[in-house]
Design a protein around this ligand. Structure first.
Ligand SMILES: [Zn+2]
Length: 386
């Protein structure tokens, strides 16, 4: 009896938490501000229950109320709920081979700040690189807190909920450790441990992820039409993010998408990973900058063949070319041609190929957005936080 009754509050807690998440999801997905009556109707809850959930989201600073459009209804006009544009934000940081970046995304999904600092990170020890990254994070945090920050009024301060760090390498899924980033020459670096004491204050512990996975997430947020796609990021290294049914697929250990190390030229040039003829050796930025007149042709063809293999395996209908590839219409054409040749179903259903509109900053945007997605998915966890 005791144990049964002790379990009830926990169960009620979790029912409330999932109802709160459902209510928040409806506010987030609504095309126009959602009234409390509409929230009750959409959830099948009583007005009192739906109203209590709306109040809880308001009290947590996760939504805000907006006035109804004039004369929207004949009766008493209702205020509507929208995601809050002030309060919690995600701070995304990116370490890449030739730049560091920071980006702030708010609960509406809008990018509020963005900074990129060019600089070759190869050959540097992880410590100094992470110190520079932390300094960049403080620069952005100070800017958020500055009295002349371009927010809309008092009480509209933006507060960092969590920091997410994008790195071009394999990250251990249980938190924070970069196992290997070949192009940075990083091996087993505990990024969270190193960064946590140096970062601006945030209630949640920092997290680390793969840059192409984060970039794919940013692409997903930017285009509501996308469902199943492969995002390929071309930097010094080449990485990919796979999305099925609008959900990132990261594999059983979180390492899916290492397209840069697919062999496209057996016995070809040595790769930083230790193998030969990897896609990176023909389609990474170093290869693309080569004066060889065939460099682009070779890159596009290798890229196309590696992508075709992924499309043949997973039946993806769209490929998004990001990072430096976003500026290369010639590569887009070469990839399209290679897919027409190598994808077995291409004559019935051509694969759509397009370049990312987010360009080189997608990973930092996606890292920041990943924080926002976590808040969206579990609003109850953010109720008691200040
Ligand atoms: Zn390789």
């Amino acid at each position: 009896m005791t144990s049964a009754s002790a379990r009830v509050p926990a169960r009620q807690q979790s029912i409330r938490a999932s109802n709160l998440a459902l209510a928040y999801r409806l506010v987030l997905d609504a095309p126009t501000p959602l009234s409390r009556a509409a929230l009750a109707a959409a959830t099948g809850m009583t007005r009192a229950t739906a109203g209590a959930l709306a109040d809880a989201l308001l009290a947590a600073g996760l939504v805000q109320e907006v006035a109804p459009p004039p004369a929207s209804t004949a009766g008493r006009p209702a205020t509507g709920l929208v995601p809050a544009s002030a309060g919690w934000v995600g701070l995304g940081l990116e370490v890449n081979v030739d730049h560091l970046a920071a980006c702030v995304v708010d609960l509406t999904g809008a990018v509020r700040r963005q900074v990129t600092v060019d600089g070759d990170q190869r050959g540097r020890e992880p410590g100094p690189v992470l110190a520079d990254l932390a300094a960049l994070a403080h620069r952005v945090a100070d800017d958020l807190a500055a009295p002349d920050a371009p927010e809309t009024g008092p009480g509209d301060a933006l507060r960092i909920a969590q920091v997410a760090v994008a790195v071009p390498g394999l990250v251990r899924s249980d938190g924070g450790r970069v196992l290997r980033a070949p192009n940075l020459d990083w091996q087993d670096v505990d990024v969270v441990e190193e960064l946590t004491p140096r970062l601006p204050e945030a209630p949640a512990r920092p997290t680390v992820g793969n840059e192409a996975d984060y970039a794919a997430l940013a692409e997903l947020d930017a285009d509501r039409e996308l469902r199943d796609f492969l995002y390929v990021s071309g930097e010094i290294g080449v990485g990919a993010g796979v999305v099925f049914d609008r959900r990132p697929f990261t594999g059983s250990r979180g390492w899916a998408g290492e397209i840069g190390h697919v062999t496209v030229e057996p016995g070809g040039d040595a790769c930083r990973c230790g193998a030969r003829g990897c896609l990176e050796t023909v389609a990474g930025l170093d290869a693309l900058r080569s004066p060889d007149p065939d460099a682009s042709e070779r890159a596009g063809s290798g890229l196309g063949r590696a992508i075709a293999a992924a499309v043949n395996l997973y039946d993806l209908d769209t490929v998004v070319l990001g990072g430096a590839y976003a500026q290369r219409p010639d590569l887009e054409e070469l990839v399209r041609a290679a897919l027409a040749e190598h994808v077995v179903s291409a004559s019935w259903a051509p694969v759509a190929v397009r370049r990312s509109r987010l360009g080189g900053t997608a990973a930092a945007i996606g890292a920041a957005a990943s924080v926002v997605h976590r808040i969206h998915a579990d609003p109850a966890a953010w109720e008691a936080r200040d």
